[in-house]
Design a protein. Structure first.
Length: 119
């Protein structure tokens, strides 16, 4: 009798857990989540001529290991990012994107363009 009761409680617990997992929302994901390689090219000013950064988009938030990066990518691909005091905006579409950035080096304004490709 006691074994039947334990078995019943176990079966109900497993069933309840399965139902709650099925009802739980899936992790949010945006169409642009993933690893991106971003190349930044300076057009004006004395900033570094070009640089390449691996950036990660997770749930629409932009990050990079060991870097001061914040920003977002909207569901339609609109990009707004700050990297070490520089600001960038632009557009992603499919597996690529581009835009403009501006910042400063030694107090002297710099600006340019960026291009990204999904890895």
């Amino acid at each position: 009798m006691r074994l039947d009761r334990i078995r019943t409680i176990f079966v109900h617990s497993v069933f309840a857990a399965a139902v709650s997992m099925a009802a739980a929302p899936a992790f949010a994901q945006t169409p642009y989540d993933g690893l991106w390689s971003v190349t930044i090219v300076t057009k004006t000013g004395s900033c570094e001529a070009s640089a390449r950064y691996p950036l990660t988009v997770t749930d629409g938030k932009v990050s990079a290991a060991g870097a001061d990066v914040s920003g977002s990518v909207g569901r339609e691909g609109n990009v707004r990012v700050s990297i070490s005091g520089a600001h960038a905006n632009g557009q992603l579409s499919g597996n690529s994107g581009s835009g403009k950035w501006n910042g400063a080096s030694g107090g002297i304004p710099c600006s340019g363009r960026w291009e990204a490709s999904r890895q």
